[in-house]
Every structure is written in structure tokens, then in C-alpha cells.
Ligand binder design. Structure first.
Ligand code: PAZ
Length: 278
């Protein structure tokens, strides 16, 4: 598919999406967070972090409503644990201001939580965050651990009211959600360090799919997980080779895989920043 066709699909997705309910509030919170954690140290000395050290972690699954006044929806699997644990580890490693969708419990101005549920909310918020960060810093990180719906019911073809039951099986045609990773990389946040995630249930195709995603979307790494072992190990697929990252139950810090994963990713991000500035 040509990039023009993809861009058209993305534009029509956003044009037909129901607007975010509290868009102004979200923009205000986002701008306040960015300003508070800005590295223009003249104004405030809130942090020693560099402006490049902002991380947007996405976490949890998106839903696809079946009715505009939604009673029923299709969910995408994710407990939100990976994003939450990764956010905690980011803060532990101390390099990050974290703008996070999802459930972690840290506060104090270093963490901004922006909850979402639908695919419409998720993608609109991702675009807002990416473009807001683009304006203030060059090398932010996007750590896209959310499980994002691949199929959806376009808003304009969705019934307004609750679908009637009692008239036999329900036929629903789902459209494909346009892939936003390429536009995130090319337009929204071209200088950001971008980590995407790939979950499969069939371990035989996992690495192949992750490698294809790496090449197609030109992200800096793809974190590949198999559903049943995702808490034990992941494979970080990148152009420098594949690295298996495991948890180590004998070491308290490393008893969750995210700790070792974030250590590796933060290290790669630092190298990326150094290379970008040299
Ligand atoms: O949220 P969780 O800890 O239960 O699972 C995390 C995950 C497996 C959903 C995530 O690591 C992931 O791979 N997300 C991308 C899923 C995908 O769209 O392929």
C-alpha cells in the first residue's frame, strides 16, 4: 500500500472518530506536565532530567465499541501489567519523566497518567502526546506496550442504540484499523526513540512477525512476547540482533522481566541520544 493511501486512511480515521470528551483538559494537563518537567532550568529546577528523557509508555488494551451509546464492545487482551511495571522501572532507573497511559501508582509531578479505553481515544491521545513532545524535545521515547485493536467498527457505520437481541446471530463487519506506527515515525515524532511490541500465541511465528514489524515501521526495536511466557521472557528484536531478556527470580529487582527489559532499553536510548547529538 502506498504511503499516500495509508495517510488518507489515517486522516479519514481521525476525521470520523468521535472527538475526545475532555480534549481541552487533556491538552492542559499534558502541557503543564511538559512545562513542569522541562529542562529549561532557568524557570524551575524541578528535575535534573534532560528534555530527551521523556517516555510515553502505553499500557493496557483498547476496546472497540459496537454501539455509539456503547453497551457492548470487543476488547483486546492486556492486563496493563507490562506498561505499569515498565513505568516503575523507568523511574527506578531515574532517567525518565514518564507520561503514561495506564495504572501505575507513582505521583509527584513526574508521572502523568492519561487513561483511555476505546481505540478512538487511544489513537487520538497518542497523536496529541507525540506532537506535543515533538515541539519541546528531540529524543523522547515511545514505549508502545498497549495491545491496540487491529479491527474496529467505523463510527459512521455503527448503530447509535443498543443492538437488538432476539433476532438470531449477529453479523458485524470490522474494518482494519489503519497502522499508525509509520506515521508516528515519519510525521508525529520523527526523532523519537520508538519501541513497539508484538504479542503472538504461536511461538513459531513470533520472531518473524517482530522482524517484519521492525523493518516495516522502522522502529528502533520490537519487543516480542509469547502469550504464555510473557512474564518470564521477551525477545528484543532490533537491527543489532535479537536479545532474549529474562527475569531472574534469584535477584529481587530482576524478579520481573520488565526491570531487565527497561535496563536494556534505557541503555539503547542513551546510545541513541549520544549518536543523535554527535
Ligand atoms: O499487559 P500485559 O502485561 O498483560 O501484557 C503485555 C502485552 C503482552 C500485551 C504487551 O507486552 C504487548 O506485547 N503488546 C502488544 C500486543 C500486540 O499488539 O501485538
Amino acid at each position: 500500500m502506498s504511503s499516500e493511501v495509508v495517510e488518507d486512511e489515517i486522516s479519514s480515521f481521525f476525521e470520523s472518530s468521535p472527538p475526545l470528551k475532555n480534549m481541552d483538559g487533556i491538552i492542559k494537563k499534558l502541557n503543564r506536565f511538559i512545562k513542569l518537567n522541562s529542562s529549561s532550568r532557568g524557570e524551575n529546577h524541578q528535575s535534573d532530567w534532560r528534555e530527551e528523557d521523556r517516555v510515553c509508555v502505553t499500557s493496557g488494551g483498547t476496546t472497540v465499541p459496537l454501539e455509539q451509546r456503547c453497551v457492548r464492545y470487543i476488547d483486546n487482551f492486556s492486563s496493563g501489567n507490562r506498561g505499569a511495571a515498565s513505568t516503575d522501572s523507568c523511574i527506578t532507573f531515574g532517567s525518565c519523566e514518564t507520561s503514561c497511559y495506564g495504572p501505575p501508582s507513582l505521583a509527584d509531578g513526574r508521572l502523568l497518567k492519561l487513561p483511555f479505553s476505546t481505540i478512538y481515544e487511544y489513537l487520538q491521545m497518542l497523536r496529541l502526546i507525540a506532537t506535543a513532545l515533538k515541539d519541546v524535545g528531540s529524543c523522547s521515547m515511545f514505549y508502545l506496550a498497549a495491545a491496540v485493536s487491529d479491527f474496529y467498527v467505523p463510527w459512521e457505520s455503527m448503530t447509535e442504540h443498543k443492538i437488538e437481541s432476539g433476532s438470531g446471530p449477529l453479523d458485524i463487519r470490522l474494518a482494519q484499523v489503519p497502522k499508525m506506527l509509520s506515521i508516528l515515525r515519519s510525521n508525529w515524532a520523527p526523532n523519537a526513540f520508538c519501541i513497539s511490541f508484538k504479542l503472538e500465541t504461536d511461538s513459531k511465528i513470533l520472531i518473524e512477525k517482530a522482524t517484519k514489524a521492525l523493518q516495516k515501521y522502522k522502529v528502533h526495536a520490537v519487543v516480542a512476547s509469547e502469550l504464555s511466557t510473557r512474564k518470564e521472557e521477551v525477545v528484543v528484536v532490533s537491527s543489532s540482533g535479537n536479545v532474549v531478556v529474562r527475569r531472574d527470580c534469584d535477584k529481587p529487582d530482576e524478579s520481573i522481566v520488565e526491570y531487565n527489559l527497561i535496563r536494556l532499553i534505557v541503555d539503547r536510548h542513551s546510545t541513541y541520544i549520544k549518536e543523535s547529538h554527535s
